[in-house]
Structures are given as C-alpha cells and as structure tokens.
Design a protein around this ligand. Structure first.
Ligand SMILES: Cc1cc2nc3c(=O)[nH]c(=O)nc-3n(C[C@H](O)[C@H](O)[C@H](O)COP(=O)(O)O)c2cc1C
Length: 329
C-alpha cells in the first residue's frame, strides 16, 4: 500500500467531528492496515467520565477513513476492538485494491472538507420527506436507529431535559473549567473550538432547544439584546441516534452512524448541530430514554435544518504528522 494514500485517508479521518474538537484519536499505518487508537489524554474527565463521547468521536473518524478509502476505489474491512489486551486500539481498517468506488462513497467523500457544525439559527423550511428518509437510512446502514422527535409532547420533553442538563452542567465549576480549556484557544491552536465557531449561537433563534454555550464568561445582558420582533420560529428536525447496547462497540457504531449521518446531511445541503447535554448527565439520559419510550440507548441528540448563515465556521485540525505513525517508513 502506498503510504501517501494512508496519509491522505488519515487527513480525511482527522476532519471528523469530535466532542469540543478534542480530536481524541491517533492512527498507525503498516502495510494495508490502518489502526485507529484513542488517546485518553484528550478525554474530558468531567463531561465524559466513561469515555462514551470520546469513543463516538473516534467512531466518526473511522467512518471518515472508510469513506475516504472507498472513494479512492479501495475495498475496506473493519475489525472493531481487534485486541482485548489493548483497549485503546479501537479498530483496524484494512484497505485493499478493490471493486471500485460507488457514487454514494464519492458524494460523501466530496463533502468531508465542507461539513461543519452549524450553531446559527436555521430557516423555517422543514426537511423534505426524502431527505429525512436518506438520513434515517444513513443511521441504519451503520447498525443504529434514528428516532425523530415529532410530536409536540416529545419535543417538549426533549426541550425540558435539554434545558435541565444544560443548567446542571453550567452550575458545575469543574465543567466550566474544562469547557474553558477547549474554547477560544487562540489562532495557533490546532484543536478546541475557536471563538468564532463558538459564538455563532449569538444570533437569536426562534427555538426552545438550548444549544451548548461555549462562551462561559459571556455577558448575557450585553450579548443578547431583546429583539423588538421575536425571531422566526425555526423548524429543525430533532433526532436521537441510538444503539441497542451501551458498550464500547456500540459507541463506535454510534460514532460511525453519526459520521455517515452528518456527511449525508452535508451532501444534501442540510445543516446540523449536536446538542448532547442531556446525554452527558445520567439522570437526564435515563429520563430521555423513558419519556420517549426508546428501545435501547440514546447516543446522540441533534438538530438538522436548512440555512444557518454560511454553514458554520471552520474549526482547526492537528496536522497528519501529529496523528499518524508509519513504522514501515
Ligand atoms: C460526541 C459529540 C458531541 C457533541 N456535542 C456537541 C454539543 O452538545 N453542542 C455543540 O454545539 N456541538 C457539539 N458537538 C460538535 C463539536 O463541537 C464539533 O464537532 C467540533 O467542534 C468540530 O467542529 P466541526 O464539527 O465543525 O468540524 C459534538 C460532537 C461530538 C462528536
């Protein structure tokens, strides 16, 4: 295997979404195998003590690697948790000369560098039925389910649990410290959420769904003037992505489901932002499961819609040489 191809694949993998843009992954390439490892040093001890969100992030990077390899015409085969004695070695992706790319692989690979988390207000236009079906299919292909939050009762339950979890998290000084360490790190930082990406939530949104406030020392009175006219009510599609079980393998599957869902959304011109606060607090996660009558475990909560002014702000990534080891070189 040409090791430049591996570098290109890892560059695309590294563009995956990750919790607070922690990029909690590293890769080892030898022969035709690309190993995906997690870096627990990049974990969030307060927000994510079990490592669930860290594994989801690595699963999304694995999906990006699969799509990037397939779009180059390679056949891919994944082994999850290949070595029980090495829990940080999450997956091995084998990349071999293969059957050739599909149009779907190409469509998803084409939007890897354009996809962004969009925290701005969405337009009032609802998603078309065939778009929603494509998003559901993206989750199913990766062994996940996607539950649409459609009825007014479900929407209220989600909004209340979201607000509750957001409040509980923000009240914890350790959570605020951790968030602060990963936001506004300056122009040179290659990870974390830069101020412009974090601040895109300042535009008034006609929505009951509370997005994470990354600007922990925001002057609320100054930054949120009461608009004379209420903003138009956005109509996001709110979805829960979930799995049957709740172990490392399920988290990696959920991450791949998330990765495919977000690339599918981007390829269809649909903006997305996760709002995962209720899944990070055990009590609100359990209540979300009960109140929506979910069969299994919620892993991601997202809003999807059109618009969002310019499609989100680019966040930095660590260069390939910092995340890839090539022992054969
Ligand atoms: C598991 C997970 C949870 C996330 N939760 C949130 C969230 O609650 N709020 C939010 O605005 N973004 C959330 N994100 C998005 C990340 O902040 C985003 O992916 C990261 O900053 C990189 O930016 P990008 O997606 O634009 O490339 C989450 C991402 C992942 C993978």
């Amino acid at each position: 295997m040409d090791q430049q191809v591996m570098r290109d694949i890892v560059e695309q993998a590294g563009r995956a979404p990750s919790i607070h843009n922690t990029q909690p992954w590293r890769f080892v390439a030898h022969g035709n195998a690309l190993e995906v490892w997690t870096d627990p040093e990049r974990g969030l001890d307060v927000l994510d003590p079990t490592g669930r969100a860290r594994h989801l992030s690595c699963g999304a990077a694995l999906l990006h690697a699969r799509v990037a390899a397939a779009a180059r015409g390679y056949e891919t085969a994944v082994t999850l948790e290949p070595d029980p004695t090495q829990p940080e070695h999450l997956a091995t992706l084998r990349v071999t000369e293969g059957a050739g790319r599909t149009a779907e692989d190409q469509r998803l690979a084409d939007v890897i560098s354009e996809r962004r988390t969009t925290r701005a207000a969405f337009s009032t236009e609802p998603l078309a039925a065939d778009v929603v079906a494509a998003l559901q299919q993206a989750a199913h292909v990766e062994g996940c389910w996607l539950r649409l939050v459609e009825t007014p009762d479900d929407a209220i339950a989600v909004a209340v649990l979201l607000a509750r979890a957001d409040e509980l998290e923000k009240a914890d000084p350790a959570y605020r410290d951790e968030l602060h360490r990963w936001t506004g790190r300056g122009d040179k930082a290659r990870d974390g959420i830069p101020a412009p990406a974090a601040e895109s939530d300042e535009s008034p949104r006609g929505s009951t769904f509370v997005l994470r406030d990354f600007v922990s020392d925001r002057d609320i009175a100054a930054s949120s003037p009461s608009p004379e006219e209420p903003p138009p009510a956005e109509k996001p599609l709110v979805v829960v992505l979930g799995t049957r079980d709740d172990d490392v393998r399920s988290w990696l599957e959920a991450g791949q489901g998330l990765g495919r869902l977000l690339l599918t959304a981007a390829s269809l011109g649909v903006a997305a932002s996760p709002m995962t606060q209720p899944l990070e607090v055990p009590d609100t996660r359990a209540r979300l499961t009960a109140e929506l009558g979910l069969l299994g475990h919620p892993q991601m909560l997202l809003r999807l819609g059109y618009g969002g002014e310019g499609g989100g702000t680019e966040t930095p990534r660590r260069p390939v040489q910092d995340i890839l080891t090539q022992p054969d070189e």
